[in-house]
Ligand binder design. Structure first.
Ligand code: ATP
Ligand code: SF4
Ligand code: MG
Length: 340
C-alpha cells in the first residue's frame, strides 16, 4: 500500500500467567490507508483487543512482552516514550465495549468529553468549542445535557458520549473495540450508522473490532480475520464475504444467524467454541476444528498467500468457490464441488 496511515508489521504480544507464557498476538501484519476502515474479526480470545491496546500502547506494563513495528505516518509507535505517546493520542483514540466502566460516575458529561483535551493542555475556550462540536456530531446539544452524570444516560447514549470524548481531540484514527456489542440490536444500528457518518464528515480512519462478521460487513472496506492471535484471512470486504477462502472464515459466516431485530441473537456456540489458548498446536492452529484438515495441516504451518478472491489466506486447502447463504449476494453457486 502506497503511503499507508498505519503499517503494522510482525506484531506479537506475550502475556505471562502463573509462570506460563501465552502468545495472545502472533506475528500480525496489516496496513491502513488514510480514511480506510479495517474490520478486525475473530471469536473471543483471538487477540483483537490486545492488538488495539498495543497500538495505543495501553498494554499492561508488567508480565507483558511485545515486539514488532507499528508505523504511524512513518513514526514507530513501539519506540515512543510515554510523553511522546501522550501527544500521539491526539491522533489515535480508542473506544471500548462498555463505555460506562471507562467513565468516572461522578463527573459531569462535559468534563468526561473534555478529558483528552485537558491532558493535551488545550486552553479552556478552545476546549469548550471542541466539546460542543464533538457532542453535536453524536447528536447531543451541550446546553441541554451539561451538568448531567453518566448514570443519567442509556447504554447507547453512553457509547455516543464515549465517541464524543474520542472525537474531541480531533483524531485521525479511532480503534473501536466492540463498540456495539453490549447494546440492544435496535441501538446497535444507530451507533454503527453514526460511526459511518462521522467517518465521512471527519475523514476518519477506523479499526473496527467485532466478533461478528455481520456487524463488520457494512462498516469495513477491508477485513482481517484472526484465529488464536494470527491473521488467517485478510482482504477487501466484498471478496471475503462472497468468496471466503479460509474454513474458519466460513465457520464464522455460517454462525451468523438471520437478522431478526425482535430478538437478541445468540450464535451457535458449538460452531464457534474456542480451544484452550494454553496448549500450543503444531501446523495449522485451526486443524482441530477444520473439516478440510489433511496430514500437511498438522506438520506445516500455512503462511498467508493470495486466494482466488484476491484476498490473502493462510490455509493449505483454501476454498475457491463462493459461499451460499445470507452473505452470498454476489455469489454464483454453492460450496466447493468436492464438499470437503
Ligand atoms: N492482561 C492480560 N493478562 C493475561 N492474559 C491476557 C491479558 N489480556 C488478554 N489476555 C489473554 O490474551 C488472549 C487474547 O485476549 P484479547 O482480549 O485480546 O481477545 P479478544 O479477541 O479481544 O477477545 P474478546 O472477544 O473476548 O474481547 C486471551 O487468551 C486473553 O485471555
Ligand atoms: S491449513 Fe488445513 S487445517 Fe488449517 S484451515 Fe486450512 S485446511 Fe484447515
Ligand atoms: Mg476484546
Amino acid at each position: 500500500m502506497a503511503n499507508p496511515l498505519l503499517a503494522v508489521s510482525g506484531l506479537s504480544v506475550d502475556f505471562s500467567r502463573g509462570g506460563k507464557i501465552m502468545r495472545a498476538v502472533d506475528d500480525v501484519s496489516f496496513s491502513l490507508a488514510p480514511g480506510e476502515v479495517l474490520g478486525l474479526v475473530g471469536e473471543s480470545g483471538s487477540g483483537k483487543t490486545t492488538i488495539g491496546r498495543a497500538l495505543l500502547r495501553l498494554l499492561p506494563q508488567t508480565d507483558t512482552k511485545w515486539s514488532g513495528t507499528m508505523l504511524y505516518q512513518g513514526t514507530d509507535l513501539a519506540k515512543l516514550s510515554r510523553g511522546e505517546m501522550r501527544r500521539m493520542r491526539s491522533k489515535l483514540q480508542m473506544i471500548f465495549q462498555d463505555p460506562l466502566s471507562s467513565f468516572n460516575p461522578r463527573r459531569r458529561l462535559e468534563d468526561i468529553v473534555a478529558e483528552g483535551l485537558v491532558i493535551q493542555g488545550v486552553p479552556k475556550p478552545e476546549r469548550e468549542k471542541r466539546v460542543r462540536a464533538a457532542l453535536n456530531d453524536v447528536g447531543f446539544d451541550l446546553d441541554a445535557v451539561a451538568g448531567r452524570t453518566p448514570h443519567q444516560f442509556s447504554g447507547g447514549q453512553c457509547q455516543r458520549i464515549a465517541i464524543a470524548r474520542a472525537l474531541a481531540v480531533e483524531p485521525e484514527l479511532i480503534v473501536c473495540d466492540e463498540p456495539v456489542a453490549s447494546l440492544d440490536v435496535s441501538v446497535q444500528a444507530q451507533v454503527i450508522n453514526l460511526l459511518q457518518d462521522i467517518r465521512e464528515t471527519r475523514k476518519l480512519s477506523l479499526i473496527f473490532i467485532s466478533h461478528d462478521l455481520a456487524v463488520v460487513k457494512n462498516v469495513s472496506d477491508r477485513v482481517a480475520v484472526l484465529y488464536r492471535g494470527k491473521t488467517v484471512e485478510i482482504g477487501a470486504g466484498e471478496a471475503l464475504y462472497a468468496l471466503p477462502a479460509h474454513p474458519y472464515t466460513r465457520t464464522l459466516l455460517e454462525a451468523v444467524p438471520v437478522v431478526d431485530a425482535s430478538r437478541k441473537v445468540v450464535p451457535d456456540r458449538n460452531r464457534i467454541d474456542v480451544p484452550s489458548r494454553n496448549q500450543p498446536l503444531s501446523g495449522c492452529a485451526f486443524r482441530t476444528r477444520c473439516p478440510r484438515a489433511a496430514d500437511i495441516c498438522a506438520s506445516h504451518e500455512p503462511v498467508l498467500r493470495l486466494a482466488s478472491g484476491g484476498q490473502m489466506v493462510a490455509c493449505h486447502h483454501p476454498h475457491d468457490k463462493p459461499i451460499s447463504g445470507p452473505f452470498a449476494a454476489s455469489a454464483q453457486g454453492g460450496d466447493d464441488a468436492d464438499g470437503r
